[in-house]
Design a protein. Structure first.
Length: 249
């Protein structure tokens, strides 16, 4: 992805992939777990898979950054072994000129599509350098499993046959009160039930858009009030409108 923002702010969300941001202009501010971080020009912002985060321009006329999104399997392939899913990048902000230049060059080469062979090689070298210097063994595994109420609620949210989702319906499925459900989600998932449901719906929207389904039909199929509402939520999480996202596929 290549991003250029002035006023846009990402709401709290997670990714299934490792996100590497290459800041080119301005200063990026983002909430990472419970802390607020700043990454300026020449720095990298890194969010591991599953980490709740936000993102916005802190200073400068504009925030410009490039980003890679890498699955654990992809990282493992790049490293040439199966270590990828077992590791994560330690610091959320990295100031390392060599790694920044390597990843920046790789991203520009991939975006230009002039030489796919060279672009792939540069990306592998850049990511391998980042992992080699800053990867740590994954320690972010909770020693306390999610309670059954959260598991039931999440299963209900992901059940496409369960019909429209509401806080009351999810709480009844989880066999807890609505207030307790909110507290459980915030504690164990880092998101409110509404934020979690919205992210699931947007993720499904991406799949439908990639399948060539028109934006208006996707909005209807996902249960949004109208296309404008879907577009607003989609952009809050991805930084692009559904139409922009579909045009890049």
């Amino acid at each position: 992805m290549r991003a250029r923002f002035v006023h846009h702010s990402f709401i709290p969300h997670t990714h299934d992939e490792l996100m590497i941001g290459i800041v080119r202009a301005g200063t990026k501010a983002f909430r990472h777990t419970r802390s607020r971080r700043l990454a300026g020009r020449g720095m990298l912002s890194v969010v591991n898979a599953g980490e709740v985060h936000t993102g916005e321009r802190q200073s400068g006329d504009v925030l410009e950054y490039d980003a890679f999104y890498l699955s654990g399997a992809s990282t493992g392939e790049i490293l040439g072994d199966a270590r990828g899913p077992e590791f994560e990048i330690g610091p959320p902000v990295i100031e390392d000129a060599e790694v920044w230049r390597a990843l920046s060059r790789a991203h520009r080469s991939m975006m230009s599509a002039a030489d796919a062979f060279m672009a792939e090689e540069l990306m592998i070298l850049g990511v391998a350098e980042l992992v080699g210097r800053y990867a740590v063994r994954r320690l972010r595994v909770s020693t306390q499993p999610h309670p059954e109420a959260v598991k039931r609620a999440v299963a209900h949210i992901h059940d496409e046959t369960a019909g429209p989702k509401s806080l009351d319906a999810i709480a009844r499925c989880a066999a807890v009160g609505t207030f307790h459900l909110i507290r459980l989600f915030q504690k164990h998932l880092g998101l409110s039930p509404h934020a979690y449901v919205t992210q699931v719906r947007i993720d499904r929207g991406k799949i439908l858009l990639r399948a060539g389904i028109p934006v208006a039909q996707v909005a209807h199929d996902l249960g949004f009030a109208d296309q404008a509402h879907f577009t607003k939520r989609f952009k809050q999480l991805t930084g692009a409108t559904p139409a922009q996202y579909a045009s890049l596929l």
